[in-house]
Every structure is written in structure tokens, then in C-alpha cells.
Design a protein around this ligand. Structure first.
Ligand SMILES: Nc1ncnc2c1ncn2[C@@H]1O[C@H](COP(=O)(O)OP(=O)(O)OP(=O)(O)O)[C@@H](O)[C@H]1O
Length: 280
């Protein structure tokens, strides 16, 4: 089976700044990845490459079988669901929730005079139902709470039944209950057989849904470590990523991290015996 996407030695350069530096990353069908790193590490830039929203300056990116630079980006983007604050900012505040989701069928933000099939309407109702926002259908996007917005954006991203779903900080700005509700929904999605390949960007290990399989850790535009979550998400790798000694705990398939106290073992796993990582 071909990879869902493959980046080979990708760099992104802007005047006076190296945003991504020699990033190689392969994601296979069925994978659920989380991308972790501090502010400014390049996570959003990386997702923009994978989401066919930006070309690499150097290196090659093959996304869903198409090579960036040799394919129409707009067409490729219809196969990818992408949620981010940039997408949220493009949605007119007066747009109804229903039209916010529905208009994804034409890859537009702000419904105008496009025509929608009954299948489009049915699909919009289905994804709104699955993400618990049917009751908000007539509300305007601008009046929603942060948690409600996040769910509406995911329903919108899933509207076109994408092969790849990119979630840029879906947990940011959510209260504890809303975050846990979102993680439970993402966990259900990640377990479903026809789920798209999932890639989620986060700052916090606490936001990793239990069903996620792989992690990529970034710092200053470079990959610090990547691979299966069990062996790669270690205190040692997190400490390198965030530039300070981190203690990592794991319980019930969920992670928690904080600055390590001196003299304490940095990795502590309560439900597995094989969590790796160095002593701090
Ligand atoms: N067009 C640009 N020109 C110059 N620098 C840029 C440009 N776009 C982004 N950057 C810088 O590149 C770095 C990486 O940005 P990016 O948004 O990818 O990081 P991030 O890991 O998503 O950060 P955060 O966690 O804070 O959202 C940042 O320092 C940012 O200021």
C-alpha cells in the first residue's frame, strides 16, 4: 500500500528565516500521528505542506500520491480536511453553522450562490450529528464558544469525506470538560474503520487521544524524533524537544508531562512495563 504522504528533505525558507529544515517524514494509511513541539517549532508550517497549502522551498513532498509542484493544489486540497485558526478566521462571523459545514462541499468559506445536491445536505447533517453540533445548525459561527467552533470546524473538515484529516491544535482554548469531550470524539474517530489518516498538532501530551499511534517531535524547524508513540514519546525526547528536563507519566493510554524535579526518574508508566526513556 502506498504511503498516505511522504516528505523527503523538505525545507521552507522565508526572508531571514528557516521555517522547516530538512524534514523527512512518511505517514502510512491507518496511522494516527500527533506532532508536538514548542511555539515557533514549525508545526503549522509542516501541516501547511502536508495540507497542500504551501510548496516546499527545497525537497519533495508526495501527498496522497501527488507530488507538490506537479499537481493542481486546489484539486488535491479537496481530498484533505484541515482545521486551524487560519480556517476559522476565514469563516464570516454571520455564516450559519449549517452553511459553514455545507460550504466545504465547494471548498468555499461563506455560502453565496453555489448549488448543493441533496447528498451534500445529507452529508452535512450527518457530520453535524456525529460531532454533536446539529442543535447549533441555525446559530451563526461568530456566536459560538471556542469548544463549539472546534467541533463545527471538524464537522466541516469531514464534510467531503477526506482521505487525510489535519487538526492544528484542536484542543487549544478548550476548558477541561470540552477538551475531554473532544478527545473522546477523536478517539472514536481514530478507532473507526473508515477514518481518514489523522495528523494532529498539539503543544501538550495531555491532548493526545488514546488511539493515536505515532508521534513526531519538532524543535526549531527540525525533527527531534519520530516513530511509534510507545517508543518515541519518552521523557528524554520531550526534554530535547522542549529544552528542559521533562517528567512523563502514562496511565490508561493517556500521557501527562511536567518539569522534572531533580533526583526523580523522568519516565513513569503505570500501565505498561516497556515505556522507554532515560533517567533524568
Ligand atoms: N512568512 C513568514 N516569514 C517569516 N517567518 C515566518 C513566516 N511564517 C512563519 N514564520 C515563523 O516561522 C516559525 C514557525 O512558525 P509555525 O507557525 O510553523 O510554528 P508553530 O510550531 O506552529 O508555532 P505555534 O506553536 O506557536 O503555533 C515561527 O517563528 C514563525 O514566526
Amino acid at each position: 500500500m502506498p504511503a498516505a504522504f511522504e516528505l523527503s528533505k523538505v525545507s521552507v525558507v522565508r526572508p531571514g528565516k528557516l521555517l522547516l529544515d530538512d524534514v523527512s517524514w512518511t505517514v502510512e494509511e491507518g496511522d494516527r500521528w500527533v506532532v508536538l513541539g514548542p511555539n515557533g517549532a514549525g508545526k503549522t508550517t509542516l501541516l501547511q505542506i502536508v495540507g497542500a497549502a504551501m510548496h516546499p522551498t527545497t525537497g519533495e513532498a508526495h501527498i496522497l500520491g501527488e507530488q507538490l509542484g506537479r499537481t493542481a493544489l486546489a484539486e488535491l486540497r479537496t481530498r484533505i480536511g484541515h482545521t486551524s485558526t487560519k480556517v476559522a478566521d476565514r469563516i464570516p462571523p454571520g455564516e450559519s453553522v449549517r452553511d459553514t459545514v455545507l460550504s466545504a462541499a465547494h471548498a468555499v468559506t461563506g455560502r453565496w450562490n453555489e448549488e448543493y445536491d441533496p447528498e451534500d445536505v445529507k452529508r452535512a447533517e450527518q457530520t453535524m450529528g456525529e460531532w454533536g453540533v446539529s442543535g447549533l445548525a441555525r446559530r451563526t459561527f461568530g456566536t459560538l464558544s471556542e469548544g463549539e467552533r472546534k467541533r463545527v470546524l471538524i464537522a466541516r473538515a469531514l464534510m467531503t469525506d477526506p482521505e487525510l484529516l489535519l487538526l492544528d491544535e484542536p484542543g487549544a482554548g478548550l476548558d477541561l470538560g470540552a477538551r475531554e469531550d473532544l478527545l473522546a470524539s477523536l478517539d472514536v474517530l481514530s478507532e473507526s474503520e473508515d477514518a481518514p489518516v489523522l495528523v494532529m498538532v498539539s503543544h501538550h501530551v495531555e491532548e493526545i487521544p488514546a488511539g493515536f499511534t505515532h508521534v513526531l517531535l519538532m524543535r526549531a524547524g527540525r525533527v527531534v524524533a519520530q516513530g511509534p508513540i510507545e517508543s518515541t514519546l519518552t521523557a528524554e525526547n520531550l526534554s530535547m524537544t522542549f529544552g528542559q528536563r521533562i517528567q512523563l507519566d502514562r496511565e490508561g493510554g493517556r500521557y501527562a508531562a511536567r518539569r522534572a524535579a531533580y533526583g526523580r526518574r523522568a519516565d513513569r508508566s503505570h500501565d505498561t512495563s516497556d515505556t522507554t526513556g532515560g533517567n533524568a
